[in-house]
Design a protein around this ligand. Sequence first.
Ligand SMILES: [Zn+2]
Length: 235
Amino acid sequence: MTSSRSLASSTVLIVGCGGLGVPAAWTLAAAGVGRLILCDDDVVEISNLHRQVLYRDSDVAAARAKVDALAYALRRRFAGVELVPVRARLDGSGDLRALLEGADGLLEGTDDPGLKFAASDALVALRGAERPPVGVIAAAIGRRGQFFGQLRRGACFRCLFEAPPPPAAVASCRVAGILGPVALEVGALAARSLVRLLAGQPDAAAGALVRLQSGRLDRVVVPIAADCPCRDAGH
Ligand SMILES: [Zn+2]
């Protein structure tokens, strides 16, 4: 097994340090990923504490940035991991691609559908790079969650969903919220899949959508869509 050594020299970009990003970051650090870039522009709020379990009352009182609070919590537990907090709101695939360049993996766990497409587009754009990154794009709403593993070739997130949903639909998702334990489970499972993809091991999410519903997991293999721009990228 050489995977632990290669994980220690791997960099993962985590976009979104909320309900999914927090357990994902913990799982990645615990698995031995050597360097985590944490990206989010929010501060810790009291409504976050029940499901974003590494944040504390004192973070709320200090209006601490999530990326700083998360880096602090991870550093105390995992002395060997290098943490790079980036407080920024990403505005599309260009921003994301710049952060992702040189990284080995991407974990997208925001509640912004536009960023999921941007994450996928950045992964596709880097398919021509010397060492293209792999990614897992995760979402949770209510009692349901899902994540998609995007490889160095094969289907992308746009093969699965053509375009972001209309803003009204997104707003209603935010109001619906996420059940804390579901977010913890989906974030950790998504990160576990990313660890396997980084190590080149088989995984249920490889080129597939894994769905968690009513405590059960299923998977849907995603074919490359006939009209998707990813067809021509770096194959
Ligand atoms: Zn595609």
